[in-house]
Design a protein around this ligand. Structure first.
Ligand code: 5RP
Length: 225
């Protein structure tokens, strides 16, 4: 069993019958979805799920997990998802796959948000290994880019797969992938980007995490916020 699978199985121990559970997106979240399906099939777990992306919804459906649409929920009991980066204060960077709008809605709506990852995701500061994805309303991208440049950002619109146009998210947004050369802290970045008109959402998940499960060489450790 690899480390991603190990943390996913550990997180599934938080699932209880009667819960509405948010399904994350990515390879670690996929192991969690697999385990929920196994618990439903083999151990009688009775849950309802809500997905953070089309790909996770399709996976849940194929495994016969009951699923509701995001627009029909007002809160959820548990959300389990991976992350691209995790800082010592448990701020996250997410959204490499550009599903961050639904991911952040579920993280905020959850009574308990548990992040599952292997130790490669631990960083000293957000933006250390990956660019910060910022979903923007298409006609606002130049104005937003300029605003961000004023506080030290460098970056551009994410290209599409064929590299002949721009990536468009499932909500019709463009994605600006930016890097900050200076050492602005996550709270400052989060506040600044939140206050920039035309931004739909961004990949810094500040003050949303309840617990992180990190696996390293077969051993899981839990950190609480
Ligand atoms: C998608 C995400 C993923 O959770 C993140 O990219 C981690 O993926 P993986 O579990 O495959 O390493 O934020 O938007």
């Amino acid at each position: 069993m690899n480390d991603k699978q190990l943390v996913a199985l550990q997180a599934a121990k938080y699932a209880e019958s009667g819960m509405l559970i948010g399904l994350g997106t990515g390879s670690t979240a996929n192991y969690f979805i697999d385990e929920l399906a196994r618990l439903q099939r083999d151990e009688g777990l009775k849950i309802t799920t809500v997905a953070s992306s089309t790909i996770s919804a399709l996976k849940a459906q194929s495994l016969h997990l009951p699923i509701v649409a995001l627009e029909h929920i007002s809160s959820i009991d548990l959300y389990v998802d991976g992350a691209d980066e995790i800082s010592p204060e448990l701020t996250l960077l997410k959204g490499r796959g550009s599903d961050l709008v639904k991911e952040k809605l579920l993280a905020k709506a959850a009574t308990t948000f548990i992040v599952v990852a292997d130790e490669s995701k631990l960083v000293s500061h957000i933006g250390q290994n990956f660019v910060i994805p910022i979903e923007v309303i298409p006609f606002a991208w130049q104005l937003i880019k300029q605003s961000l440049e004023k506080i030290g950002a460098q970056g551009d619109l994410r290209p599409n797969a064929a590299k002949d146009g721009f990536w468009v998210t499932s909500h019709g947004s463009y994605v600006l992938d930016v890097k900050f050369e200076n050492s602005l802290d996550a709270k400052t970045l989060n506040d600044f980007i939140n206050n920039t008109p035309g931004v739909v959402e961004h990949g810094i998940f500040y003050d949303l995490t309840d617990a992180v499960l990190i696996a390293s060489n077969g051993i899981v450790c839990e950190r609480r916020a």
